[in-house]
Design a protein around this ligand. Sequence first.
Ligand SMILES: Nc1ncnc2c1ncn2[C@@H]1O[C@H](COP(=O)(O)OP(=O)(O)OP(=O)(O)O)[C@@H](O)[C@H]1O
Ligand SMILES: [Mg+2]
Length: 262
Amino acid sequence: MPDLLTIDRLRAGYGDAVVLPQVSLAVAEGEALALLGRNGMGKTTLIDSIIGVTRHRGGTIHLAGRDITPLRPEQRARAGIGWVPQERNIFKSLTVEENLTAVARPGAWTLPRIYELFPRLEERKANLGNQLSGGEQQMLAVARALVVNPRILLLDEPLEGLAPILVDELLAALRRIVRANGVAAIIVEQNAGKILTVCDRVAIIERGSIVYQASSSAVKDDPGILENHLAVTDTARAVRTDGWASLASARRLARAVIASGT
Ligand SMILES: Nc1ncnc2c1ncn2[C@@H]1O[C@H](COP(=O)(O)OP(=O)(O)OP(=O)(O)O)[C@@H](O)[C@H]1O
Ligand SMILES: [Mg+2]
């Protein structure tokens, strides 16, 4: 498969801070890539750089052979970059259906197909954005990115903060989007185990650099890889959601931090 998205020696950050010193990464046509990494390692910054809202300092991004580096964010969106931000920016004062029709563009992903994928959204189509649960908002955020009919979908932690049943529902939908329909995607996740069942390939980012890439099946066969690169994240998350409730998790974090040498 030819590359759909090619990032070549991208250097970017915010203001004076260089968060990504030099990132090279490619996603093939129809491929789903899981972008993994601990907190603060640069996952969102990389996604932000692809959509074009970081400070660009060098390198290029090509989409289907076209250099999109000089394009503004809205021009990149028109060129086919679809984006679901970490903080789900749906229109809260519009209904579910209005959220979708406001941004829809012609293509394979029509409203009926979206509703087939997310029956819950069809049930809620007359509800306002602010009347939706967190899980429904996340589904709407994904649906909104899809009705634009992008060439590649960028999802930043789509499962974050969702109840387990909704995690499974959203994962099933994502699997259908990327597996059955061949939509190319980069999915940022902390929940590495779950996302491996959706994605073809894994890239791990550490301090703004891609330090590891392999097929999902290779990673499944060698779980030590994820432990080495991501162990602190999982513990830090656990501690964060526990609100430091348990001393045991605090000890786990301390051990993980010491082990990682950070
Ligand atoms: N707007 C900003 N201005 C300056 N620095 C920023 C900004 N946003 C993020 N950073 C810094 O860039 C680094 C990477 O942050 P980023 O949000 O990309 O990490 P992340 O991997 O997405 O983390 P998380 O898992 O917490 O979402 C961090 O050191 C962070 O402090
Ligand atoms: Mg992030």
